[in-house]
Design a protein around this ligand. Sequence first.
Ligand code: BTN
Length: 149
Amino acid sequence: MVPTTSLLLLLSLALLAPSLSAEKCVLTGRWTNDLGSNMTIGAVNSKGEFTGTYLTAVTATTNEIKLSPLKGNQHSTNHKSQPTFGFTVNWSFSDSTTVFTGQCFVDKDGKEVLKTMWLLRSHVDSIDDDWKATRVGINIFTRLHKRWQ
Ligand code: BTN
């Protein structure tokens, strides 16, 4: 007869095993997306807040592209290995703002990937132009290992 404590131990191991084996997706680091844009995300603090920088490869304007700051939040449930997040890019070279929301996944090959959707709000001079001021899209980010900037 197996003692109750051993049974309880086996049961807890069986319950914990999936979460222990799941690899964690970490936002901090350098990322590149399908457009060739690059971003760096700093440390995520205990409240889930982070800051970083974004260098877009494309622009809806005719302005010269410059490095722009970003601010975001990772969902506060620390235990989740594939957290959701959101961040805002305050473009330094245009009057536009982009918000991204997404989830940090570990794919079947163990590679981290950020699946995001974004809304780009461009500045317009008149309320009559409001209808054409917002673009929507998706971006997929993978970790950048080589140096840039
Ligand atoms: C602007 O054109 O006013 C600012 C740059 C916008 C770049 C957009 S944000 C969504 C998409 N993803 C990128 O990496 N760049 C474009």
